[in-house]
Design a protein around this ligand. Sequence first.
Ligand code: IDP
Ligand code: MG
Length: 149
Amino acid sequence: MERTFVMIKPDGVQRGLIGPIISRLEARGLRLAGMKFMMVGKDLAERHYAIHKGKPFYDGLIEYITSGPVVPMVWEGTGAIDLVRRTVGATNPATAEPGSIRGDFAVEIGRNLIHASDGPETAKFEIGLWFDDAELVSYERDADRWVYE
Ligand code: IDP
Ligand code: MG
């Protein structure tokens, strides 16, 4: 089982898409390991997006992510990092495949609804940035044997 960090961004909350987005991940067979509902301070936003500092969209990105409440989550499953990235779709919703979250619910790159870790290193860093160990839950679901061999 691999864990990945996922966050519904402020536009997802404002547009009433918390439920539909979580439903996609649940229906895929992934298992929720942690979840919060919170405002993001500038300091946390800057640490989360440190890799993009200096890019033309950086200031707008920080403003966007701190503009309203978000839903940070940890999801787990076999190959969860890549699986979630595919379920989320391309960064620019204009080119995201229909059937993906961004491809079905979003239009512009600066309002693309959801964040997901892009690799094992990023996932480890982001999970540690947003969650304490004690906030993550390890458990089994009866349905897991029908999802995982
Ligand atoms: P990702 O979210 O698919 O991993 P990244 O390239 O890591 O995409 O960019 C982080 C976030 O920054 C994007 O999800 C999007 O919200 C924002 N972003 C990236 N490129 C642009 C841009 O060209 N204009 C506006 N916002 C952008
Ligand atoms: Mg990224």
